[in-house]
Write a protein that binds this ligand. Structure first.
Ligand SMILES: [Zn+2]
Length: 253
C-alpha cells in the first residue's frame, strides 16, 4: 500500500491567512500545510480519507485521475468542505462511494443538499453513493477496514486501520478497547496539534504517549498547527521512530 499525505495542517492550514508568525512566513515547503487528508493506493484501488477545502489542489498535486471512494473521519469543514470537487471523478466514473458515520452523512446532506437531490437534480452536480459505517469492520475494494472510535472533545470521530497501517486524526481521547485494535500496526499516523494543551486535539505529548502504548515500527504526526514550530526543528526533538508528516510525503507499507 502506498500512502500520500495530501495535507498535514490543522483547520486553517499553514500559512494562516494574514499571519506574520515565523512558521507561516517560512520558505521551507515542509512548513506549508494544506488541510489534512491522505491518499491510499494499492493494486488498482485509490481512496482518500477526508475531502477538505484543499481537495482540488491536492488531486492536482498528486495527478490523481481515478477515485474509488472517500472515507470520512467526521463532519468538520476542514475534512468535508471539498466534496463538490469530486465532480471530475463523477463525470468519468459515475456516483462516488462515500463512507461515513450516519451523523456525518446527515451533515453532508444538509450542507450539500444539491448533491443528494433526487428530483430535478442539476446536471452539473456530482453524485455520491452514501455508505453508512459503524464501529465494525467494513470493506473497501478487496480490503477490510477496522474503524477506531475516538473523541474530538464531545464529537465522535473515526480513525481507520488498514492491516499494517492506521490513520487517526482529530482525536483527543481514545478508549483502551479502541487502542487494543491498534496493537501490532506497523505504521501509525496520529494527530499532534502543538505543544500546549488543546481541548479537542492531542498535543505533542499526548500523541507521543499513545505511540508509546501502541509501539508501531514508525509513526507520523499530522494535523499540525503553526504553533508546533518549524518542521526541521520539531523533528529533531522526536523519538527516532517518530516523524513529522509533511505535504506530499509518500510512504510504502
Ligand atoms: Zn480537523
Amino acid at each position: 500500500m502506498k500512502v500520500t499525505f495530501l495535507g498535514t495542517g490543522t483547520s486553517q492550514g499553514i500559512p494562516v491567512i494574514g499571519s506574520t508568525h515565523p512558521v507561516c512566513l517560512s520558505e521551507n515547503p515542509k512548513d506549508k500545510r494544506l488541510r489534512v487528508s491522505v491518499l491510499i493506493e494499492w493494486e488498482r484501488y485509490t481512496y482518500v480519507i477526508d475531502c477538505g477545502p484543499d481537495f482540488r489542489q491536492q488531486m492536482l498535486n498528486t495527478k490523481c485521475s481515478r477515485l474509488d471512494g472517500v472515507i470520512f473521519t467526521h463532519e468538520h469543514a476542514d475534512h468535508t468542505a471539498g466534496l463538490d470537487d469530486i465532480r471530475p471523478f463523477y463525470f468519468k466514473q459515475g456516483d462516488i462511494p462515500i463512507y461515513a458515520h450516519n451523523r456525518v452523512l446527515k451533515a453532508l446532506k444538509d450542507r450539500f443538499a444539491y448533491i443528494f437531490e433526487t428530483e430535478n437534480k442539476y446536471a452539473g452536480a456530482p453524485g455520491v453513493t452514501p455508505i453508512r459505517i459503524e464501529n465494525k469492520p467494513f470493506q473497501i475494494g478487496n480490503l477490510t477496514v477496522e474503524p477506531i472510535n475516538g473523541m474530538h472533545y464531545k464529537l465522535q470521530v473515526f480513525g481507520f486501520r488498514f492491516n499494517d497501517f492506521a490513520y487517526l486524526t482529530d482525536m483527543k481521547t481514545i478508549k483502551d478497547e479502541e487502542i487494543e485494535k491498534l496493537k501490532g500496526v506497523k505504521v501509525l499516523v496520529v494527530n499532534a496539534l502543538r505543544e500546549t494543551e488543546h481541548i479537542s486535539h492531542f498535543n505533542l505529548e499526548e500523541a507521543l504517549a499513545l505511540i508509546t502504548i501502541i509501539k508501531p515500527e514508525r509513526a507520523y504526526l499530522t494535523h499540525i498547527s503553526h504553533m508546533l514550530g518549524f518542521h526541521d526543528e520539531v523533528e529533531k526533538k522526536l523519538p527516532k521512530n517518530v516523524f513529522l508528516a509533511y505535504d506530499n510525503l509518500q510512504i510504502n507499507i
